[in-house]
Design a protein around this ligand. Structure first.
Ligand SMILES: [Fe+2]
Length: 131
């Protein structure tokens, strides 16, 4: 090794189930107290079950780049949309992302139930790291 010390990583993992029925959604938020966040998708509404047009998809999650103005000078054809990324997971999909990333879960406009399990990985400081 090149002189690097090895320390045990002190971490905690929190996980919780999400059961979203007709009309349920989760507005824009982040998990800023954590290091890594994620969701495992168990059951999702069918895309064809969507009852409303537009970007609201009953199974989707959208992430927003938190860097204010980062895309103002983009030369991409659709620069205004490039700061957001919408994911359409399937049952069995596992998504992981940096916890400070803002995201929202689209409203479930179907009679199908959306079931997922989310988690946070929290790193804990130890004074042993500074010694
Ligand atoms: Fe979240």
């Amino acid at each position: 090794m090149l002189g690097f010390s090895h320390y045990p990583i002190r971490r905690d993992i929190q996980a919780w189930p999400n059961v979203n029925r007709l009309g349920d959604y989760h507005g824009p938020h982040n998990h800023g107290w954590s290091y890594l966040s994620g969701t495992y998708y168990v059951q999702l509404p069918e895309e064809k079950a969507a009852t409303r047009p537009g970007e609201m998809h009953p199974a989707a999650i959208t992430f927003s780049d938190p860097r204010y103005g980062a895309y103002q000078h983009s030369i991409a054809p659709d620069a205004s949309a490039s700061a957001r990324q919408t994911i359409y997971p399937s049952p069995g999909t596992l998504l992981m992302w940096p916890s400070p990333l803002i995201h929202y879960v689209h409203p479930n406009h179907t009679d199908d139930i959306r079931i997922s399990i989310s988690f946070n990985v929290i790193l804990e400081w130890s004074n042993d790291y500074a010694g």
